[in-house]
Design a protein around this ligand. Structure first.
Ligand code: FES
Ligand code: FES
Length: 218
């Protein structure tokens, strides 16, 4: 009992003390309090804006946006292209991968205003339900997804990755930096390592990409 310590005889039990501290915490948080009428009015904020033109999936868009808008947010929030996904917003999962001027990029890590006039391809621009991209076809055939959240990024990344292979750009596992990289499972896995699949569909994803890559991937 709190009131019994060191000869103190306050008529307060442990239960009384807990109740008192709980009610003072609620009061401090303002729960149940009437809204303050003396709160200062919100100050007007000068948001830096800019105009940028992007060619997205073949269509030209001129956007007036907050200069801090990422390419991912511009695509999703302003153009309503929800194929690119916001998985981590920190460049760690690859769900937001799109193709920008022919190269794959994490669209959450770059600002839209950094790319005036750029050509952007999202999953919506790769194929249509009636005319799927070969990689979309292969992902369906090989069951390369479960929830599908990572799939648009996986497919855009695979498109960019196969193009890098075709150009002879080496990866971390390429044995010969000067020679043409081998089309191997190790190369595919390494080059796709920036795209995380929380469902763990990796082996099927690699099978799908290997089929499209052709050339006897081993
Ligand atoms: S949302 Fe861009 S890398 Fe995860
Ligand atoms: S299919 Fe679910 S995260 Fe990849």
């Amino acid at each position: 009992m709190v009131g019994q310590d060191r000869g103190c005889h306050l008529p307060m039990t442990r239960r009384d003390l807990l109740l008192a501290s709980a009610s003072s915490t609620v009061a401090a948080a303002g729960v149940g309090a009437a809204p303050s009428t003396s709160a200062p009015a919100a100050r007007a904020v000068n948001v830096p804006t800019a105009q940028v033109t992007l060619v997205v999936n073949g269509q030209t868009h001129t956007l007036a946006l907050d200069t801090r808008t990422t390419l991912l947010d511009a695509l999703r929030e302003l153009l309503q292209l929800t194929g690119p996904k916001k998985g981590c917003d920190h460049g760690q999962c690859g769900a937001c991968t799109v193709i920008l001027d022919g190269r794959r990029i994490n669209s959450c890590l770059t600002l839209a205003v950094m790319h005036p006039g750029a050509k952007v391809t999202t999953i919506e621009g790769l194929g249509t339900p009636a005319h799927l991209h070969p990689l979309q076809d292969a992902f369906i055939k090989h069951d390369g997804y479960q929830c599908g959240y990572c799939t648009p990024g996986q497919i855009c990344s695979a498109v960019g990755m196969l193009d890098e292979l075709a150009q002879g750009i080496p990866s971390h596992v390429s044995a010969d930096l000067a020679g043409k990289p081998l089309l191997s499972i190790d190369e595919l896995r390494e080059r796709m390592s920036g795209n995380i699949c929380r469902c763990g569909a990796y082996s099927n994803i690699v099978e799908a990409i290997a089929e499209v890559a052709g050339g006897g991937v081993a």
